[in-house]
Design a protein around this ligand. Sequence first.
Ligand SMILES: NC(=O)c1ccc[n+]([C@@H]2O[C@H](COP(=O)([O-])OP(=O)(O)OC[C@H]3O[C@@H](n4cnc5c(N)ncnc54)[C@H](O)[C@@H]3O)[C@@H](O)[C@H]2O)c1
Length: 263
Amino acid sequence: MSEPTTTEVCRRLVGRTAVITGAGSGIGLATARRFAAEGANVVVADIDEGSGKAAAEEVGGIFVKVDVTDPEQVEALFKTAYDTYGSVDIAFNNAGISPPDDDSILTTGLDAWRRVQDVNLTSVYLCCKAVLPYMQRQGRGSIINTASFVAKMGAATSQISYTASKGGVLAMTRELGVQFAREGIRVNALCPGPVNTPLLRELFAKDPERAARRLVHIPVGRFAEPTEIAAAVAFLASDDSSFMTASEFLVDGGIGGAYVTPQ
Ligand SMILES: NC(=O)c1ccc[n+]([C@@H]2O[C@H](COP(=O)([O-])OP(=O)(O)OC[C@H]3O[C@@H](n4cnc5c(N)ncnc54)[C@H](O)[C@@H]3O)[C@@H](O)[C@H]2O)c1
């Protein structure tokens, strides 16, 4: 299966302004590249200044340092996007964490639980709340919130707060998609399967047995590349998905449909 190269992609996002949180790395970075290749103005938002600045420079966009758990910083992020480019057409609310101290419910403490809820769920609430008024004024917009396939399926290799946070992202996305549908604003959740990114590599380097236990459940037999997830985000961001809202878009290599997988 070949991945699209930037020379092959279409230009569906010309003139659109896209804010991407967590754009310094992984899925966010691949999406920043894809959005730029499709013609969008890209606002790279990340807590990590080094990777964020590098990403913005690479895609010809701007960098805004933001902690997505901070309401004022999130407000300022979307204001900067609007002030710089004159519209905010796409919000890819993607920043998230998956720390090792978020594990079985029996061993996960309240601090780890709260930290993961803040970064993965409260951040999506803050970003949607901040961007919706711009989109309402424009009468159009596409919001994509990153959930995960783990919001749909149970795992014996638990990350209890992570899973619960992503379930919250799905429910919130569905509700917003329904509420704002007649205002030209679409809100969809993206549910990636396991992706070959630093977040997952770090987790699995610490526990190869856990990695092997997961890999066996993926019909295609490998993790996704970030570019494959970015292609799905670009579809949700573009008018090609104009009749999709309030959906849970699974991009999971067949995990969600599998019972017994090929050897
Ligand atoms: N990697 C996977 O297998 C996988 C699978 C399903 C869903 N996801 C989800 O996809 C999203 C992106 O994951 P990734 O694998 O690309 O991760 P990543 O670690 O490669 O990138 C995450 C980025 O978010 C930034 N970030 C972290 N905390 C932040 C904060 N408080 N404020 C602003 N930025 C912050 C980091 O600096 C980093 O650049 C996450 O929501 C994750 O839960 C990942």
